[in-house]
Every structure is written in C-alpha cells, then in structure tokens.
Design a protein around this ligand. Structure first.
Ligand SMILES: [Zn+2]
Ligand SMILES: [Zn+2]
Length: 451
C-alpha cells in the first residue's frame, strides 16, 4: 500500500519502540532490586539526627529550587544563581569563595573539623536556553545545599559527629560546556584534595545508577576551490561534496560500531550561492561512546571518514577536536551507591539498579571526568513522570512542582547521609578506594585523547 499525504507537515515518529522500551523497563522495575549494602555506614543515632537537621532546612532547600526554577540562567552566566546559594550559606554562618578555579560562576565552601577524610558535594545550577530548567538542575543545586547545611548543623551541635572536611562545590556550565573539566584544568577535583565527590541528577525514575556516555565535540572544515558552477565546474573543487560524502560515510560507519556509540553530525556551512562551486564547508559533530578507550577508537574511525571525504574530492580538511573539553562516561562507585540506596529507602524511595532503564537511553555529563579522578556517584532521583524525558518542556515544568520540591529534600538527605557514612566508617572508605583502584584508579583525563 502506498502512503499518500500532502507533504506540508513532517510525519510524527512512531512511538512503538519507545513503548517496548517502557514495557521492558516496567518489567525490570517489578523484579529487580538494588543489592544490600556490605558496609555499615554511620551510627544509627547520628544518621537519625542528620535526617532531622536536613528536614529542618526544608524552607531553604525548596526556596532555592523554586528561586532557580523561576530565574533560569544558562552556562557560565549563572551569577544570580551563585549569589542566591552563597546568600543562604552566609545566612547560616558559612563562608564561600566565588570565582574559584578560573570560572566566575563556580564557588566553593569548606566545613573543616580537624583531621580526617575529605568528601566533596557538588551542585549544578545551569539551565537550558529557551526551555529553562528542563534538566532539573534547580532541584540538584538544592540537594547539594541542603546536604551541606545539614552536615554543618550536625557538626556544630556535636563536634564529635565526624572529623575531616566536607567541601561544597558549585559547578556551573554542565550543559554543553563541560564546566567541571574547565574547573579541573583550573585545579579542581585533584585526588590529593578529596577522597570522593558526590552529586545526583534529576530524572523520571529513582535510579541507583545509569549509563552515561563519554562525549567529544569536533569541527571539520573542508576547503575546496571556487569556480563558476555552470561555465567552469571542472576548475572547481567542491567542499560541499566533501561534507556530503563525510555525512554519508558516517551514516555507513554507524552500522559497524558498538551499539552504545553515537555520532551526530550537522552541516553548519555549505556554500554561499548555487552558481559557485562551494569553496568552504563546515560540519560539527558529537561523538559518544561508553568507555574512554572505545571513545578514542570511535574518534579515530570518524577521522578516517572525514579525511577520506577530503581525499575523494581533492579538498583540504582541518579537524578541530574538543573545542569544548571531552567528557568521559561516569565510573560509578558501587560502595558509595549502596549507601545512597540505603538512605533513599529511609525516604520511601527504591532506587533501581543498573539495567532497569535501558542503556539505549543514555546521555553525557561532565561529572564523568570527576569520576575518573576520584571515586564518585551520580545517582538519579525521581522528579518528573516516567515518560517525561530530560530537556523537554514537560520536565522543566516538573522540576518546579511539589514532586521536585520533595526530591530536593530527599536528595539533600541522601547526599548528606552518604557523606556522613563516608566520614564515619573507615571500612567503607577503604572499600570505596579499593573499588576505585581496581577500576583503574585516577586517569589523566585532560590528556587522555592527546595521542
Ligand atoms: Zn541536561
Ligand atoms: Zn543535567
């Protein structure tokens, strides 16, 4: 049967596959449970008091989430957001330094209580252009703040609660700008400065862990020779042809890469007039893969396609990799994750294990680069409905609802509890470190793709 339509509107994508994915997720959700933790964590009495204290900051936590939601600021422009967070810290007698690690909208505050381990709690607060807090960073910022306030209050009333340092770090420009890697290159997230780093992300499910893909950006510029497209095309060398062949070449490559690899390409410049053989064409790419070494391999293969396209068309090609720093996938620390799960269960949440939500549904985050420097976690907390995806207007709306407020407080307690467990349980710290070392230890992220 031949389908006919008037071609004035695109065809809406068939949601069949999404429905199958949702059904598989539902089935896994009903049957899979995160394993029981192997370490004890903090003493029960201390944990109970911490939970009360975090809850007592509900007004500040929800207030911040709502304030950021109403005043979204995009990457590197989050001045008002930082001012608001620091204002709340100051109100509770906590100092913070703005503009740290060479990034104006980053900040850091320290809670020092003698000798001991150091853990960092991270807050993201950047929004997306036009659609506001569609990634729920307003909620996430509030969880970091609430966790830090709770721990500060705990140690204030009981100086023996834990010893060591809790750092609260504001990390701007996650969206498309790898803000944490920019900060890292300015001196942040050094293994000698912290033993672990924790944060969470907003989502449509409570997930203990999820796959995040590493990501690199690339610009390719093809240069040809301009000529009259009608009278002397044989004297031209067509840069748009090179771009078209590169685009097709990548389409062919896609079938022979691991299923979690992704290549997204756009042509940003393709000529100036139909009567001129295109002299200059420009393309931009995202290249994503699950592991650092597979991302390196995919990068090489993409490069070969682009060079091949230049070769076929007698054009020159210039490749500009990582104009914004590359990010790696998240290396989750299971020992810390199991403490997160325990804390969330106290709040009536059941964070689901890896594999419940298909790994096909995977994006990227700059926290990956932190997690290859120090042990870390980046669990997901339910803010929106299960079928509301990140970066949609629906999710932006959800991030400002009572469900978002509840996630902010539950998440704040969760992060605070993981930090307290880490500070008070030496065996847990040992297990965290052991797991991190067994996974390959600290990686030189900045220079990983140099060769
Ligand atoms: Zn996002
Ligand atoms: Zn996000």
């Amino acid at each position: 049967m031949c389908e006919t339509r008037d071609l004035t509107e695109p065809v809406a994508p068939n949601p069949a596959f999404t429905r199958h994915l949702a059904a598989a997720t539902q089935e896994a959700k009903d049957t899979m449970r995160y394993h029981e933790p192997t370490q004890a964590g903090a003493p029960e009495k201390l944990s109970g008091r911490l939970e009360e204290l975090v809850d007592s900051f509900r007004e500040d936590i929800v207030g911040l989430s709502q304030h950021l939601h109403a005043h979204p600021e995009t990457a590197f422009e989050e001045y008002g957001s930082v001012d608001k967070i620091v204002e709340i810290l100051n109100k509770h007698g906590l100092e913070a330094e703005k503009g740290v690690y060479g990034v104006e909208t980053a900040f850091e505050s320290h809670l020092e209580n003698g000798e001991g381990p150091t853990i960092a709690i991270l807050s993201e607060y950047d929004a997306l252009p036009n659609i506001g807090h569609a990634c729920g960073h307003n909620v996430m910022a509030a969880t970091g703040l609430g966790a830090y306030l709770g721990l500060a209050a705990l140690v204030k009333e009981d100086p023996e609660a834990f010893h060591g340092t809790v750092k609260y770090i504001g990390t701007p420009a996650e969206e498309g700008s790898s803000g944490k890697e920019v900060m890292a290159r300015g001196g942040a997230f050094k293994p000698e400065d912290m033993d672990a780093a924790i944060m969470l992300h907003s989502y449509g499910y409570d997930l203990a862990d999820q796959i995040w893909l590493g990501r690199r950006v690339l610009t390719a510029t093809f240069t040809g020779v301009a000529a009259h497209a009608s009278s002397q095309p044989f004297m031209g060398r067509n840069a748009l042809d090179a771009a078209a062949l590169a685009y097709q070449g990548l389409a062919v490559l896609r079938q022979q890469v691991p299923p979690s690899d992704r290549i997204h390409a756009i042509i940003t410049e393709g000529g100036t007039r139909q009567s001129i053989i295109t002299e200059r064409a420009e393309m931009k790419f995202y290249v994503r893969s699950k592991y650092p070494d597979t991302l390196k391999d995919l990068s090489r293969r993409v490069e070969k396609v682009l060079k091949g396209a230049a070769m076929m068309t007698d054009c020159a090609v210039e490749l500009d990799w990582d104009y914004s720093p590359a990010t790696l996938g998240v290396r989750t620390n299971d020992q810390l994750t199991s403490r997160w799960v325990e804390a969330q269960r106290k709040r009536g949440r059941e964070p689901l294990p890896l594999g419940v939500v298909s790994e096909i549904i995977a994006a990227s985050t700059d926290f990956g680069n932190v997690s290859y420097r120090v042990p870390g976690i980046h669990p997901l907390i339910k803010v929106g409905a299960e079928d509301e995806a990140l970066h949609t207007r629906a999710f932006a709306k959800a991030a400002g609802t009572p469900a978002g407020d509840k996630a902010a407080v539950d998440g704040a307690y969760g992060l605070a509890q993981v930090a307290l467990d880490f500070m008070t349980d030496a065996k847990l710290r040992e297990a965290v470190k052991e797991e991190f070392e067994a996974a390959g230890g600290t990686v030189d992220v900045e220079h990983y793709f140099d060769d």
